[in-house]
Design a protein around this ligand. Structure first.
Ligand SMILES: [Zn+2]
Length: 330
């Protein structure tokens, strides 16, 4: 083991983070919950700070030096909570594989078996990257948590309003949570009974990579500015070419129908699954990719997905599917 890291004084750590524009608030000493008692506990009041007082959890977070000094005077040694949304951060929270691995570790895994080496959050993230045809470019400012997890800090893309989510259904996958709008992390140099939150030295916060933004979109963490669904329209006929077999035609029609059948919440996931399946048929069965993309785009428009979001999902799903070709067994 290397020499133990020397902790920064909690106030000093909070002020440094505020100095870089991160919105901070005190978290209980040695713990993860807000230090300040809830302002309206048990009063049935919905308030995120309009009352002017403290005690609204991450909504208290600020960059104001005077408030920060006063807080850490009142709560000496408090850990530092970083409210991700106003700080412009998306933090990918990669956990160690506690507990039993579920059958599916990704929301759009389909029938794919989880590789045997995927045993924790880091493995899930690496597999996810491979499925997107990229290396897991995780070189960014990171914090190792006292229990062996990692918080990867990324700069949020402007104007996307990314929200927090956890696990397979809401986050990036099993053991990979997302802390963004509405979420906070316990920041660097905070302490727990198990040890310190240790930051990586010398690595800046990098912009969120495009493939992770795509994933967050698939997980529904990127709110879509959605036109109303045009469910009254039937899908436009798509020319698959004279050589397309009946099986191929049926397979394409089936995938498109699955997109059309899904409710508003699952549209992007369904589109991604269909694109992946059709990508497999492009590689394994000679399906015309342009025709597949056209059919998927048409279905996406019918269910009301924004064009840019649909285009990204289709491209990424087709290319992931192409990398695991599948024929059709008659
Ligand atoms: Zn209040």
């Amino acid at each position: 083991m290397s020499a133990p890291a020397v902790a920064l004084d909690a106030l000093e750590a909070a002020l440094r983070m505020a100095g870089r524009g991160w919105h901070v608030f005190p978290v209980e000493r040695g713990g993860k919950r807000p230090a300040i008692r809830a302002a309206h506990s048990g009063q049935g009041v919905r308030c995120t700070g309009a009352c002017g007082g403290d005690g609204h959890g991450l909504h208290d977070a600020t960059t104001d030096e005077r408030r920060i000094r006063a807080w850490w005077q009142a709560y000496p040694g408090a850990n530092v909570g970083v409210s991700c949304g106003p700080s412009g951060l998306v933090v990918v929270d990669v956990d160690t594989g506690k507990g039993r691995r579920p059958e599916r570790v990704l929301v759009d895994q389909g029938d794919d078996a989880t590789p045997g080496d995927v045993t924790d959050g880091a493995g899930v993230l690496a597999w996810l990257a491979r499925r997107h045809g990229t290396a897991a470019d995780l070189e960014t400012f990171a914090v190792t948590t006292p229990t062996g997890g990692r918080h990867l800090y990324y700069a949020a893309p402007a104007g996307e309003g990314i929200t927090s989510g956890a696990g397979v259904a809401g986050g990036l996958g099993w053991q990979v949570d997302v802390r963004a709008g509405g979420g906070y992390v316990v920041g660097p140099w905070s302490t727990r009974p198990e040890g310190l939150y240790v930051p990586t030295a010398g690595v800046p916060v990098r912009p969120l990579p495009g493939w992770l933004l795509e994933r967050l979109s698939i997980a529904g963490r990127v709110p879509s500015r959605t036109p109303p669904a045009d469910v009254t329209r039937a899908p436009a006929p798509v020319d698959l070419g004279a050589r397309a077999t009946a099986y191929l035609r049926a397979a394409v029609a089936g995938e498109i129908q699955r997109v059309l059948d899904v409710g508003e919440g699952g549209r992007n996931v369904a589109l991604n699954r269909a694109a992946f399946a059709l990508g497999q048929l492009v590689a394994g069965h000679g399906l015309d990719e342009a025709a597949a993309a056209e059919a998927l785009t048409d279905a996406a428009q019918i269910v009301g997905l924004p064009a840019a979001e649909a285009k990204t999902t289709i491209r990424s799903g087709l290319s992931a599917g192409r990398r695991s070709p599948r024929g059709i067994t008659p």
